[in-house]
Design a protein around this ligand. Structure first.
Ligand code: DC
Length: 220
């Protein structure tokens, strides 16, 4: 089988994760949630007390020394850090609230980008999703998509996912986090060669169809 890399980028709530998992399942590909790696590092740094300040040298050293093991089955993605399964804990609101603190550190991005590229190389046929995947992590991917949706749709999707979340927390997760992340990565306008898919008025199935339609037939 020839290698096939599909990279999907986009702001919070644009449907990156659901779309990527569905595309991976339909095409029998591995799935890499790159955000889970930033979340695992943020959780570790939070527990180690490195985010007050923040202690940038401490965060960089922690990232360099941490052993991440990412499970790439789209039906049950998982992640461990130093042998501890944090698949559930990385979704805690306090991790969502602080993950930008580590994600904006260029050295952290460089270390995790190297690890992502190794996973892509090892698996060969994969959908990876997250900031910078289309432009920095795998700019040579055969399919590169920027998934967008208007802010109302993105807030509504996050609201449905995080049942019972307050309006303030929701705004923090969607609007504030994207604004912070936008200082180091560009994910609102497509880079040259990246196809923009606007999912505002589309169902999940329709978005997955649109992505699969971009895959050259001989690579499916
Ligand atoms: O997609 P997510 O919400 O799980 O991402 C968590 C955080 O990590 C978010 O602040 C964006 C950041 N991130 C990043 O900077 N680069 C990536 N490739 C993936 C996520």
């Amino acid at each position: 089988m020839q290698p096939l890399v599909i990279a999907i980028d986009g702001p919070s709530g644009s449907g990156k994760s659901s779309t990527s998992r569905l595309v991976a399942e339909r095409l029998g590909l591995a799935y890499l949630d790159t955000g889970s790696m930033y979340r695992a590092i943020a959780l570790g740094c939070l527990d180690a007390g490195l985010l007050e300040g923040p202690d940038l040298d401490g965060i960089i050293t922690f990232t360099r020394d941490a052993c991440l093991d990412v499970g790439t089955d789209p039906a049950s993605p998982s992640i461990t850090i130093d042998g501890v399964d944090v698949t559930t804990d990385i979704r805690r609101p306090e991790v969502s609230a602080c993950v930008s603190t580590v994600a904006v550190v260029p050295q952290v991005r460089a270390i995790l980008t190297g690890q992502m590229r190794r996973i892509v190389e090892q698996t060969g046929r994969i959908v990876l999703e997250g900031r910078d995947t289309t432009t920095v992590v795998t700019p040579d991917a055969q399919v590169r998509v920027l998934l967008v949706a208007n802010q109302d749709a993105r807030m509504a999707r996050r609201n449905a996912e995080l049942d019972g979340i307050s309006h303030a927390d929701l705004t923090d997760q969607v609007v504030r986090r994207d604004r912070d992340d936008a200082t180091v990565s560009q994910f609102e306008t497509p880079a040259p060669g990246v196809v923009c898919v606007d999912s505002t008025e589309m169902t999940l199935d329709e978005v997955a169809d649109a992505v699969i339609a971009l895959v050259p037939a001989d690579l499916r």
